[in-house]
Design a protein around this ligand. Structure first.
Ligand code: F6P
Length: 359
């Protein structure tokens, strides 16, 4: 009988509990035991590891739709990779992780994380050398290369749509524009998808240069005196500082356009998991369990045209743009961004949405 572990790391998102639920159901169907590691690597580096056995009876099916992770994501500030590096204790931290995994006697570990966690797992691979490591991509930012979807992205887009649909009503009442700031780090996919879905009049993302005068001109030409300008948190505006939506808002005010900045913030990581995210979670877990059965290791599950496949972590790492943390040499992350040939950009332009300086 195999023993498998699940660990959720990085920022939370909706869909993590679906993944946990599906792992437990799928593992039980194969006659395997499942252990949930509490608090990500924080819990794993404890001696003994902070882990509980999960069974279909112990995790109510209705919890599978709820946002967040009932195993928690760590970052409690007690101990994690960054803290270990800062304290000069990274070798000991890695040793503890490896020792905990061998104490738990796991045959496999399913790491549900983002590009930071996967990059770290790839770079510090020795920790997982005695078991099968399968990574399942989750993030609202959708900044992981080589997969058509990440768990949590669809729910985040839907939460933004719900938020903007409501904001638009107050915008209409007051003849006002709203500059809505989305999450996404340096990747504009969340802003782009949500902006197109709500019919924003402008979408500003980090990947595409924009010009504030052109934006003002565009807004003045819109046949309404209200609407939404979607702005990704990763953008910058030369000569200005502060939160991106505030910067754009001030520039619009200076140009005589009545507006407010709005911040949906952490509701993007919340909300009941959409059907699309639940289906993605189910496909990815089925693929992960097959991969364990087939003794694969150091792979990530990836959706490709509706089918779920495994991709070696080495390929994931090589495919992305690497961003480096100058203070932590080991903290190089493989990132995906909106590509200039993304068909959604063309569709947005066809609707006369201002996107910036498209070639
Ligand atoms: O990576 C997910 C994400 O929600 C980003 O979109 C956002 O910038 C960040 O995490 C916020 O992180 P924190 O939880 O540390 O505030």
């Amino acid at each position: 009988m195999k023993k498998i572990g699940i660990m959720t790391t990085g920022g939370d998102c909706s869909g993590l509990n679906t993944v946990i639920n599906r792992i437990v159901l799928g593992a039980c169907a194969r006659g395997w035991r499942t252990f949930g590691i509490i608090d990500g690597t924080d819990g794993l580096c404890h001696m003994p590891a902070n882990a509980i056995e999960l069974t279909p009876e112990s995790i109510p099916i209705e919890n599978a739709r709820l946002a967040g992770s009932f195993l928690h994501n760590g970052n409690s500030g007690i101990m994690n990779f960054e803290i270990a590096v800062k304290m000069g204790k990274i070798a000991q931290f890695n040793r503890n992780l490896k020792r905990s995994l061998s104490t738990l006697k796991l045959d496999a570990l399913i790491l549900v994380g983002g590009n930071g966690s996967f990059s770290l797992a790839y770079k510090n691979n020795d920790i997982y050398s005695n078991l099968s490591l399968i990574c399942i991509p989750k993030t609202i930012d959708f900044d992981i290369p080589l997969t058509d979807r990440t768990i949590g992205f669809d729910t985040a887009v839907n939460e933004l749509v719900k938020y903007c649909d409501q904001v638009l009503l107050t915008a209409r009442s007051h003849h006002r524009w709203f500059v809505v700031q989305t999450m996404g780090r340096e990747c504009g996919r969340l802003a782009l998808n949500a902006g197109v879905a709500i019919g924003a009049d402008a979408i500003i993302i980090p990947e595409i240069k924009f010009n504030i005068d052109d934006l003002v001109k565009h807004i003045r030409c819109v046949h309404r005196d209200y609407g939404i300008i979607m702005v990704s948190e990763g953008i910058t505006l030369r000569g200005h500082s502060g939160r991106p939506a505030d910067m754009i808002s001030r520039a619009l005010t200076a140009a005589g356009i009545t507006n407010r900045a709005a911040f949906p913030d952490y509701i993007q990581r919340s909300g009941d998991t959409t059907a699309a995210d639940r289906i993605t979670a189910t496909k990815m877990v089925a693929c992960a369990l097959d991969a364990i059965e087939n003794r694969e290791t150091n792979v990530m599950t990836a959706l490709r045209g509706g089918e779920c496949v495994t991709v070696p972590l080495a390929e994931f790492y090589a495919a992305g743009d690497i961003s480096r943390d100058p203070n932590i040499p080991d903290l190089c992350t493989s990132n995906a961004y909106v590509e200039p040939d993304d068909p959604l950009l063309d569709a947005a332009c066809a609707m006369d949405i201002y996107i910036g300086e498209m070639k």
